[in-house]
Design a protein around this ligand. Structure first.
Ligand code: GLC
Length: 739
């Protein structure tokens, strides 16, 4: 009897005879495998939709038949994955099914706002819903595994990949990362509408020096443990099944060859039992880093450090067998890696039915379901941030006689999806702002001019733009970056709105000194808007809002939806302030509040220390009053809790959501502590005139940090506390933590 059939019977029996004891099944299978077949499971190649990195897709069929491939990325569709899976199951010696992975970051077909935008909703339910829908659509096209969530804390707006994460705050990245994991993996991975999630990029990739992608990261272990590691620990606690190691070196050791982070912390401290995939050729890149002599050395370092799977680098397939035979890599490491990968395939049910994600009916009927598009519209609106609304020029009236829509992104249906838009169709499927506002206005109310492009210096469109701006009652500019200007390998040294767009804004203001001008921004990073804040009345940050972005933007412009988003990244006055973030240290020479001009303090001589827009900032069309902050006690012990509550009233005449934020400041520590830290948030809905009391419960657990001895604990002393609408406030209340 062919070995393959024996093994299938074995697995079949195990899958029906035993409970979900996958380990036993995996051990039985491993015992049938040759060393090279075990290595084969640690190899990933790319399908023909290869969109990232320098490697061209290899001869996939050959590797699969040889048992030299365990997973593929950029391969999807029922037909595509069926053809590949058939080779694996029917033409390889053991018939082990392939794992299909893809970058489903903020949607698969239905595209949601870029993740930095999604984070600005502060809505964990929405984050989970968006990833659940993404999993539905991706799994319907044969995908088992997404390379998401990206949970790299970043305070670097120059870094293009700040667009892919949840911003500068640790707590928010923790909570949002867990919501993504829940959405992607669901509560039963054996269901064919769930996908493995992947916590990336492990670790500290977002601390790239000068914001230049792939650049060096250097920091003390305290910064690593207090800022960059926590979201990855949170993902482990949420049950994430895979990790992705990163490109960057950390303190001189590349993170794809870093035993300290990959084994000491991830395995020994956190007991993570999933598998780690490298980033795209990141094992090979240890040669360029000057950390590996050659590709054999890179393979040795990668496997010994704890990277279980080589993404398209060839090095595991080519060198691990020799390295084991030479005693340079323990076969036990290969067995561990292979087991973790097989375990994931068992959990997905691929051994019970390798074709369970291959269903023509599901593929034909899942993408772009009306309820998915409706949800995308709702989430895009909730992710947008009203940065400025002078003279309450927003919301606009549908009765306005004429509105001039000007800018290169008014009719855009491609950039609107942002970077990493998976199989989102650029052009045609997405709703542009022009289409969105056309739902609210008649054709004769709309004047349109593109005015200029995003990047070139062709001013030939200026005249027409200025002319229609003078004819209209209201002016709406839709400008920003294109989707290639953020995401991977897209760092910028200049944070201004690119090209000649700022010049056109200025000319339109000069031509209309007293007219209301609204600027709608599409961009993948905090921008330097120091000029624009004085040229326009309102600024609505919609990020790259996705498939339904134009409709959502119109809903906000005309007030169908009241803006509720709040920034999760600081907007600097200029790039010279960077890195600038809300929870910096006080320094020994803070600027005295009562005498900001005092000399010899930690300040600049050309701009204030404060940013243009702070973390947590976001306006509404109504107003919320915070009052009566009360503490259930001013003394906390290691075993008690304190309730902090505040009354919030909607004093305006429009219903709205408010994101209430809890901040705490540890006044004295054995290491200096941030001037404030987000420790909780709640999103509440208040009808006009309505009041609610919002309560947060604080315990000593919330106050823990790593001290200089790398001990995770809390220290007694005085703490300041505030519940506020943003990070811009003065503390007025304290409590003590006593022994
Ligand atoms: C890319 C990215 C990573 C992505 C991977 C596969 O280079 O760094 O985020 O998941 O390759 O596309």
């Amino acid at each position: 009897m062919k070995l393959r059939f024996l093994y299938i019977i074995l697995c079949g029996t195990l899958s029906t005879g035993f409970s979900q004891n996958y380990e036993a099944k995996v051990d039985s299978l491993i015992n049938l495998m040759t060393l090279q077949e075990k290595i084969g499971q640690t190899v990933m190649y790319s399908g023909h939709w290869d969109q990232t990195g320098p490697f061209v897709g290899a001869d996939n069929g050959k590797y699969i038949r040889e048992g030299n491939m365990g997973a593929m990325l950029n391969a999807m569709s029922v037909k595509g994955t069926r053809d590949l899976q058939k080779i694996a199951v029917e033409e390889s010696r053991l018939g082990i099914p392939l794992l299909f992975g893809y970058d489903v970051i903020h949607g698969h077909r239905t595209i949601f706002p870029i993740n930095l935008g999604l984070s600005a909703s502060w809505d964990l339910k929405m984050v989970e819903e968006s990833s659940r829908i993404a999993a539905e659509e991706a799994s319907a096209e044969g995908i088992h595994w997404t390379f998401a969530p990206m949970i790299d804390v970043s305070r670097e707006p120059r870094w293009g990949r700040i667009s892919e994460g949840a911003g500068e705050d640790v707590f928010l990245n923790n909570e949002i990362g867990k919501a993504y994991v829940r959405g992607f993996q669901g509560d039963d991975l054996s269901q064919p509408n769930t996908v493995l999630a992947c916590a990336k990029h492990y670790v500290a990739y977002g601390a790239a020096q000068a914001g230049r992608d792939y650049h060096t990261t250097n920091m003390g272990e305290g910064e690593l443990r207090n800022v960059y590691l926590p979201p990855f620990k949170a993902a482990v606690d949420a049950g994430v099944e895979t990790f992705m190691s990163a490109f960057n070196e950390l303190n001189g050791v590349p993170t794809s060859g870093n035993k300290f982070t990959l084994r000491d912390i991830l395995r020994d401290e956190w007991k993570f039992d999933g598998f780690v995939v490298s980033d795209y050729t990141s094992i090979n890149e240890m040669i360029q880093h000057g950390f590996a002599k050659d590709s054999i050395d890179a393979a040795r370092i990668g496997m010994n450090a704890g990277v279980d799977m080589d993404m398209v680098g060839h090095v595991y397939r080519l060198h691990l067998k020799t390295l084991v035979e030479e005693g340079k890599v323990s076969e036990a490491y290969i067995n561990d890696a292979c087991k973790r990968i097989l375990l994931a395939k068992f959990k997905l049910g691929l051994f019970d039915d390798p074709y369970r994600y291959i269903d023509e009916l599901r593929e034909a009927n899942t993408a772009y379901k009306p309820e998915f598009l409706a949800k995308a519209r709702e989430i895009a609106a909730a992710s947008s941030v009203l940065l400025q609304n002078n003279n309450k020029v927003l919301p606009l009236s549908k009765k306005t006689k004429s509105i001039a829509f000007i800018g290169p992104l008014v009719k855009d249906e491609a950039d609107i999806l942002g970077n990493w838009a998976a199989k989102g169709e650029r052009g045609g499927k997405a709703v542009s702002v022009f289409e969105g506002v056309s739902e609210y206005l008649k054709a004769n109310q709309i004047l349109y001019a593109k005015g200029c492009d995003i990047l070139n210096d062709d001013r030939s469109g200026f005249e027409e733009a200025i002319s229609i701006s003078q004819k209209a009652d209201q002016i709406v500019l839709v400008m920003g970056e294109n989707h290639h200007m953020s995401g991977e390998a897209a760092s910028r040294t200049d944070l201004k709105i690119p090209g000649i767009q700022p010049e056109l804004i200025k000319k339109i203001r000069e031509a209309n000194p007293n007219k209301n001008i609204t600027l709608v921004l599409m961009n993948g990073r905090p921008l330097n808007l120091s000029d624009e804040v004085n040229l326009v009345d309102a600024i609505l940050e919609v990020w790259f809002p996705g498939t339904m972005g134009g409709a959502a933007t119109a809903d906000l412009l005309f007030g169908t939806v009241n803006p509720s988003g709040k920034l999760t990244v600081t907007f600097p006055r200029n790039v010279g302030q960077v890195p600038i973030y809300y929870n910096m240290k006080n320094t020994g020479r803070p600027i005295p509040e009562n005498n900001p001009k005092q000399d010899y303090k930690s300040n600049y001589i050309d701009v204030p220390n404060t940013p243009l827009f702070v973390f947590g900032h976001g306006l509404s069309y109504t107003k919320f009053r915070y009052s009566d902050l009360k503490l259930s006690s001013e003394n906390l012990t290691f075993s008690s809790t304190i309730e902090a509550s505040v009354k919030i009233t909607n004093t305006g005449n429009i219903d709205g959501f408010e994101i209430v934020q809890l901040y705490i400041h540890d006044k004295v520590g054995s290491v200096t502590r941030p001037v404030k830290e987000l420790k909780g948030f709640q999103k509440i809905f208040l009808k006009k005139g309505e009041s609610k009391t919002v309560t947060f419960t604080i315990s000593a657990e919330d106050l823990k940090f790593y001290n200089s001895d790398m001990i995770y604990g809390v220290e007694i002393g005085e703490f300041e506390i505030a519940i506020a609408p943003s990070s811009d406030f003065k503390f007025k209340h304290t409590f003590n933590l006593n022994d």
